[in-house]
Design a protein around this ligand. Structure first.
Ligand code: GLA
Length: 356
């Protein structure tokens, strides 16, 4: 018997590089998915339709040489570890409409999807938060990326037409229904974003160092205190900390603006977030800055910014009208300038992982 599941990718409206600092994030799932089909089998087998690669593996701590297979194996390995039970083997087929390495959490989509699927088939009683936490543990420990909890929570918990406000310090979350929300376009810069490449962990370490010097966690920090300790931190750590403190404030302001359906204000906050990620947190790229600058000039655009970990990946744009024609023009100039092609597609806010 075959079982089919669908696990979404995610965007983050605002609240970037705040989750691992115990801050606020505002992600949502999108209508681009990882599709996972499972069938009982004598061995663990995984096949990716997109890459046309097959891997047979057994459930141990050893890493596979195929990068993608470690997301599958790591997820199952950590599921077994958490429930303290053996998991019988499956033949797993993965296909995806979610671009990989575009900063849309293809990895969390896959890992949450696998854990959810097996827990459903095997009647393992885990709530969605727990599934997100196991996927998070697996990405941290098995894949070796020290990511925050945002992506897994978004993929596991999302609701249609809503954002999720997550307080990463407590794990508490709340749905923010986004009635009348602007059109959302994702623009993939064509520069691959890869969390495991190290830059992400560097930023994480810098933030940790800043809190050590300050003697306070970010959630207990205010701007005045931060200013008074500027010299102690030094230029670099001060900039990182300033981003985190102000980005948390922007998340709260964004929620307020959504409730008033004030899309100009949401756009202004999104633009401010990008400027901060570029100048203070320094995780943007010239390519993404180019896209954001030019997209912001399009008539009917409220605002745009890079999303996700940075150092490549995608830009999100919020607009009053369909901007695909305008993007065609930007696309040509971009290709001349950077020798890479952008891809763009409208997305809608979707629901979390589910059986099909
Ligand atoms: C990646 C991580 C998230 C989060 C973002 C930055 O997507 O997986 O946990 O830290 O980067 O906001």
């Amino acid at each position: 018997m075959k079982y089919r599941f669908r696990s979404p990718g995610r965007i983050n409206l605002i609240g970037e590089h705040t989750d691992y600092n115990g801050g606020l994030v505002l992600p949502a799932a999108i209508d681009k998915y990882t599709y996972i089909t499972l069938e009982e089998s004598r061995h663990f087998m995984a096949y990716t339709v997109n890459l046309k690669e097959r891997v047979e593996f057994s459930l141990n701590e050893k890493k596979e040489k195929e990068d993608w297979a470690n997301y599958v194996k790591g997820a199952i390995f950590h599921l077994a570890k958490n429930i303290k039970k053996q998991i019988r083997p499956f033949n797993i087929e993965i296909s995806s409409t979610l671009p990989i390495g575009a900063g849309l959490s293809s990895s969390a989509s896959l890992m949450v999807g696998i854990i959810y699927a097996i827990s459903k088939i095997e009647n393992i009683n885990l709530d969605r938060e727990r599934i997100a936490q196991i996927a998070h543990e697996a990405e941290n420990e098995f894949v070796g990326v020290n990511c925050g909890i945002m992506d897994q929570y978004a993929v596991a918990l999302a609701k249609k037409d809503s954002f999720i406000l997550i307080d990463a310090s407590s794990g508490r979350y709340e749905y923010i229904y986004a009635k009348g929300f602007p059109k959302i376009m994702i623009i993939d810069s064509g520069i691959k974003h890869k969390l495991s490449s190290g830059n992400y962990n560097t930023r994480r370490n810098e933030c940790e160092e800043a809190t050590k010097i300050l003697g306070l966690q970010f959630k207990d920090l205010n701007k005045a205190f931060l200013e008074s300790k500027k010299n102690l931190l030094g230029e670099n750590l001060y900039k990182r900390a300033k981003h985190v403190v102000e980005e948390n404030e922007r998340v709260l302001k964004t929620i307020e603006a959504i409730s008033r359906q004030n899309w100009e204000e949401v756009g202004r906050l999104v633009k401010a977030s990008h400027a901060s990620l570029r100048d203070l947190f320094e995780v943007s790229t010239v390519e993404m800055d180019f896209l954001v600058d030019n997209i912001n000039k399009i008539d009917g655009v409220y605002g745009s910014r890079m999303i996700g970990g940075g150092f490549g990946g995608s830009v999100i744009a919020l607009s009053k009208r369909d901007i695909r024609n305008d993007l065609k023009g930007i696309s040509k100039i971009y290709q001349n300038e950077f020798g890479v092609e952008i891809k763009y597609y409208p997305v809608k806010l979707s629901s979390g992982v589910r059986k099909m």
